[in-house]
Design a protein around this ligand. Structure first.
Ligand code: ZN
Length: 457
């Protein structure tokens, strides 16, 4: 069996990996786009797949860094089935069409001539290759749901990260390989924790996002929510507004549900909550699958019960923050030219307002830069405007949808595989796991797969 890392670096980038089961099947895991690179540099290294066709692509979840390059793989090989959960299937469409729009804008604005990397038509065409798999159902690479006697089959398990996120367990002869995708072992407001198998896994391909970040006991999710609510209340009391930069998919819906439940419990004042248009499309899927999918609070309809105001890009570009209002606007890292970046520049000059960061944040992103700037000092949130002083309150709350490193380590030790392949982590994160696993389980083989190389597993 062979594993090839199709990313271009050991980091949190464009996820894609190739698993080859001798002559029995070649399966690609995820096909993402790099969140911080542009043009073809943002793509995985698909040339490492080689000339042979792949038998299937399995997509773990609908975040851009896992699904953003799917239309390009389908273009390469039109007949290849693309397996995913029902929610990922529904989320893929608005996500990939939005991606085409963003690339068209970047082409016009920045002159990136390779954009768009794919067209709206190709997004629609690739949807014809999608095959929905139910979690817990054993499937063959041809999509049969009862692959008895087949040497190779796979099964999806709920990953707890965002709606529809799954881990994939392959059964190949007498071996079992689990690819976690992005995972959360802690319950979130809308999502129960991952429900992954514990026994019989000999090879674990596991994400390492938070390996570089210790989680203090007093920084667990319920306490962070309590601290966030009291900081929002303090902002409202002094006549300010709150901006929470969020990923449109996942974090927006988690926060809508969390804020609603806090309001219902009387811990947060009723206040207008605004989201962006793309977030509404994803929220519709969360509502549509509330009762059918692996989701908590099945009776809660986010668009009806929380009833956020939906703002379009033009309105947000002209908006002055109003006291007592809450803005959940993407992108989560306040990437340049996104609406949260533009809006943040209107929050900075007013000391009554607050910007609260709640998710994963690359230190080099505008949100990462802002978090490292003390109040009163200058920050440049985009390359075109002059740096401006940070006068508003800025704080960070750990409401991650990724497993904390302590949980990932505990899972690896509990599964006790023969081989552990670390992916989706920056170098310090990977190093932490390598060191801890060397100490705790000296016999365990731990691999950080070099980009572009095929490893015999
Ligand atoms: Zn993700």
């Amino acid at each position: 069996m062979k594993f090839t890392n199709l990313t271009r670096a050991n980091e949190i980038g464009a996820n894609s990996y190739l698993l080859e089961f001798d002559g029995e099947g070649r399966v690609i895991l995820d096909a993402g786009l790099h969140p911080r690179r542009e043009g073809e540099e943002a793509l995985p290294n698909f040339s490492a797949i080689g000339e042979l066709p792949a038998d299937a692509l399995v997509v773990s979840h609908a975040h851009h860094d896992h699904i953003g390059a799917v239309p390009l793989l389908v273009r390469r090989q039109e007949k290849m089935p693309v397996y995913m959960s029902e929610a990922t299937h529904l989320l893929a469409e608005p996500l990939l069409h939005n991606s085409v729009e963003v690339m068209l804008k970047q082409r016009a604005l920045l002159g990136i001539t390779s954009y768009p990397l794919f067209t709206h038509k190709e997004v629609d065409r690739s949807a014809k290759s999608y095959r929905i798999c139910r979690t817990g159902q054993e499937c063959s690479l041809r999509g049969d749901s009862d692959p008895k006697g087949e040497p190779l089959s796979f099964r999806l398990y709920p990953g707890g990260h965002i709606l529809g996120a799954v881990g994939v367990r392959f059964r190949y002869r007498d071996r079992q390989i689990l690819y976690t995708g992005d995972v959360s072992f802690q319950e979130q407001t809308l999502l129960p924790p991952a429900d992954f198998p514990l026994d019989g896994i000999d090879t674990l391909v596991i994400e390492a996002t938070r390996g570089g970040k210790a989680t203090p006991e007093n920084q667990r999710r319920p306490m962070e929510i309590e601290r966030l609510i009291s900081s929002i209340e303090a902002t409202f009391r002094r006549g300010g507004a709150v901006l929470i930069p969020v990923f449109a998919l996942g974090k927006t819906q988690e926060l809508l549900a969390t804020l609603y439940l806090e309001q219902k419990a009387g811990r947060l004042s009723r206040c207008p909550i605004a989201i962006g248009g793309l977030s509404r499309s994803f929220t519709q899927v969360y509502d549509r699958l509330a009762r059918r999918s692996f989701r908590r609070h099945p009776g809660l309809s986010l668009l009806e019960d929380v009833a956020p105001t939906v703002l379009d890009g033009r309105t947000i570009r002209q908006l002055s923050p109003k006291p007592g209002e809450l803005y959940l606007i993407s992108s989560g890292m306040m990437t340049e030219r996104t609406l949260s970046n533009i809006l943040a520049q209107r929050f900075l000059p007013c000391e009554r307002h607050s910007i609260f960061v709640v998710g994963y944040c690359d230190p080099n992103s505008p949100a990462g830069q802002l978090l490292q700037t003390s109040r009163g000092n200058l920050v440049a949130l985009d390359s075109e405007s002059a740096p401006q002083p940070v006068l508003c309150e800025v704080d960070q709350f750990d409401l991650t949808s990724h497993a904390i490193r302590e949980d990932l380590l505990a899972y690896i030790l509990r599964v006790n595989p023969r081989l552990c392949v670390l992916v989706h982590g920056d170098p310090p994160a990977l190093a932490w796991f390598q060191e801890r696993l060397r100490d705790e389980r000296p016999g365990l083989e731990v691999i950080v797969p070099p980009p572009g190389e095929s490893l015999e597993l």
